[in-house]
Design a protein around this ligand. Structure first.
Ligand code: NAD
Length: 422
């Protein structure tokens, strides 16, 4: 078995290189796109509840701002490191390019397990991140949002800190805020809802009837949870969930008759995890990946599906809901097996799309109804899906390649107009 390269930056760079080569763009464009334009590392001192001082590492990358300000979430996770932040910022550039939203790519993170902090410590850490970076953030500079381990409350503390430091009420400096203070209706569910729209469209192409489909989903966080909710609404049967908890590590639950979204959500809200959920039986991870399902949706973290998992997977369709969940080796196996993979930069782009809607609403101080947001999100995603599907069919390439070529071309055209190369 080959030793897989799991460095997310190297795999993002490989995807960009392949797209540049197949568009005959020459090396200058690749040199401009392979690393972020700006990468900042900060130390964040936090007074802990016991009176001690702890210093955390924080990062913010602005990958490419040719089209518009940087855009991308802030991850709170113990695994956050400079290469991961850079890779996630690269993916954001092309996600915005594919969706046609007027942003470049950005991403940030703090190396921390937020579950180990008290509310007070979490608030001081969130405010400290803004104190270290506010000069490089702004509605027209770089616009963060939530990602793994962060949420609307954290965005509210961060915007409050930004307003205090700058003295100006720029609500659009961060998106993913609570609806009661500058957030958009539908933003919390936007990524999972978008995943369900792309899954439905791709399933139709793959000849899968959603009403009869069996689906397995890895991850029951923000993205996974709302993917489950909306895929269930389409009539599919969610037979398994793969999850992780600090106490037991990775685990999976299974029920061939279907797991109920609301029941699982209530259980997690009460118990903080799906560990011990009584209406599904425990299965091993090997059994989870090898399930006889129509659709598999990884919605947890990058590199979840490697060579070993790809060999086990029997689904006809894999929707990438997380960022970078499939390694290059696993992708090659899917291609060989004829499994359709919808790429992350399309399938999870509902989040950035509704972040864009939130930013527009903030500029105007005029807010839309939930129905309006959902309708607009669905329309934008279906149009992007149709464009890429036609592109993929006409060039006889994978969905991922079509998405990267499309994204790289859009950014390259603008860089050329702006005189950044040639
Ligand atoms: P989250 O922290 O809310 O949820 C992540 C979930 O994955 C958690 O429930 C966690 O327990 C689980 N998990 C972690 N490691 C696991 C493992 N090894 N096996 C199984 N489950 C595991 O994060 P999220 O916001 O749902 O983000 C998930 C993914 O989607 C990330 O890749 C993120 O970058 C991407 N994403 C998020 C958004 C968004 O709007 N939140 C938008 C686009 C992409």
């Amino acid at each position: 078995m080959s030793k897989e390269n799991l460095n997310p930056l190297e795999s993002a760079q490989l995807q960009v290189k392949k797209a540049c080569d197949s568009l005959n763009l020459g090396n200058d464009v690749y040199e401009l796109l392979k690393e972020p334009q700006r990468m900042i590392e900060i130390s964040i001192p936090v007074k802990m509840d016991d009176g001690t001082l702890k210093v955390f590492k924080g990062y913010r990358a602005a990958h490419n701002t040719a089209i518009g300000p940087g855009k991308g979430g802030i991850r709170f996770h113990p695994g956050v490191n400079p290469d991961e932040v850079k890779a996630l910022s690269v993916w954001m550039t092309f996600k915005c390019g594919v969706m046609g939203v007027p942003y470049g790519g950005g991403k940030g993170g703090i190396t921390v397990d937020p579950l180990t902090l008290s509310q007070g410590e979490l608030e001081r850490l969130s405010r400290g991140y803004i104190q270290g970076l506010y000069k490089y953030l702004g509605e027209k500079i770089d616009i963060p949002a939530p990602d793994v381990g962060s949420n609307g409350q954290i965005m509210a503390w961060m915007v409050d800190e930004y307003i205090k430091l700058t003295g100006e009420n720029h609500m659009g400096v961060l998106t993913g805020k609570p609806v009661s203070w500058g957030g958009s209706q539908g933003r919390n569910e936007a990524t999972g809802f978008g995943v369900s729209v792309i899954t439905r469209e791709a399933a139709a192409k793959a000849g899968i009837n959603m009403k009869k489909a069996n689906v397995a989903i890895q991850g029951f966080g923000n993205v996974g949870r709302f993917t489950v909710k909306n895929v269930e609404r389409q009539g599919a049967n969610i037979v398994a969930i793969g999850e992780w908890s600090p106490k037991v590590g990775t685990f999976a639950i299974y029920n061939e008759n279907g797991l109920d979204f609301q029941d699982m959500a209530d259980f997690v809200d009460q118990n903080k995890s799906l560990v011990g959920y009584p209406k599904g039986k425990q299965i091993t991870l090997e059994e989870f990946w090898a399930l006889d399902v129509d659709i598999m949706i990884p919605a947890a973290l990058e590199n979840a599906i490697q060579e070993k998992e790809a060999k086990l997977i029997k689904a006809k369709l894999v929707t990438e809901a997380a960022n970078g969940p499939i390694t290059a080796e696993a992708d090659a196996i899917f291609k060989e097996k004829g499994i359709i993979v919808t790429p992350d930069i399309l399938s999870n782009a509902g989040g950035v799309t509704v972040s864009y809607f939130e930013w527009i609403q903030n500029q105007y101080g005029y807010y839309w109804s939930e129905e309006e947001v959902i309708e607009k999100e669905e329309a934008v995603l279906m149009e992007a899906f149709d464009d890429l599907w036609k592109f993929k069919e006409s060039r006889n390439c994978t969905f991922r390649k079509a998405a990267y070529k499309h994204g790289v071309k859009r950014i390259t055209d603008v860089m050329k107009l702006r005189g950044w190369f040639e």
